[in-house]
Design a protein around this ligand. Structure first.
Ligand SMILES: [Fe+2]
Ligand SMILES: [Fe+2]
Length: 224
């Protein structure tokens, strides 16, 4: 991402060197604690967290700076939005409430427009639009289809469809929220603005679904 990205990159690497130093000191301290034996260990447990998780080595193409991390998120969301656009017609066909169908149809149109805006973000970064499979969204969409198999047609299924779609919206809100913050940090004002416009739509879509569920569909499902 041009100059800003480069300067951020060197700042990030300085920061990460400092963090490495801290980590080395911390692990040296842990070794000392270990050598104290059982009584030393129980004392240490009250003052420091237990380092029991497995260490994960970075892949060869792992993100080196915030810009790389941002681009990874962009490719993930490009894949995710296309998958959502493809999955929504099944949700719409299986919904009973006309209001719910309309809300999902409207958001599908918005989703298509969001894909076009992500295309623009790639263009602004001089990148070819390219998605990378987002495992989290793939799982959420798979679970959404599973809800259709687990419910009878009617308001119970509608309540399930809303629950599934809200998981999608929440994931989008989390990711676009992060991406807006990354873009701002990287000095990409125009990109931050585009992503913020998508984030606002995801919030609106989620709020509409909440209103529909709380004001009507959950009650109908409860009476079915
Ligand atoms: Fe979206
Ligand atoms: Fe959405």
């Amino acid at each position: 991402m041009g100059k800003t990205a480069t300067s951020t990159s060197s700042a990030t690497s300085k920061k990460s060197n400092m963090t490495d130093e801290k980590t080395t000191k911390a692990s040296a301290a842990n070794k000392k604690e270990d050598s104290k034996g059982a009584s030393g260990k129980s004392q240490a447990a009250s003052t420091a967290h237990e380092d029991t998780g497995k260490k994960v080595s970075a892949k060869r193409n792992a993100a080196k700076d915030l810009n790389d991390l941002f681009e990874d998120a962009l490719k993930d969301m490009y894949w995710a939005e296309n998958a959502i656009h493809k999955a929504l017609p099944t949700m719409i066909s299986n919904a009973t409430s006309e209001t719910l169908k309309r809300a999902l149809e409207d958001h599908r149109k918005e989703t298509k427009d969001q894909i076009d805006r992500l295309d623009k973000v790639f263009h602004l970064l001089d990148m070819k639009p390219k998605g990378e499979k987002c495992d989290a969204m793939a799982g959420i969409l798979e679970e959404g289809e599973g809800i259709l198999e687990e419910t009878q047609t009617g308001s119970v299924r509608d309540a399930g469809i809303i629950a599934a779609c809200q998981k999608v919206e929440h994931y989008e809100i989390a990711t676009y929220g992060t991406m807006v913050a990354f873009a701002k940090q990287l000095g990409q004002k125009e990109i931050a603005k585009i992503l913020k416009s998508i984030l606002d739509e995801e919030y609106n879509a989620n709020n509409k679904l909440t209103d529909l569920a709380v004001e009507r569909i959950n009650k109908e499902a409860d009476n079915q």
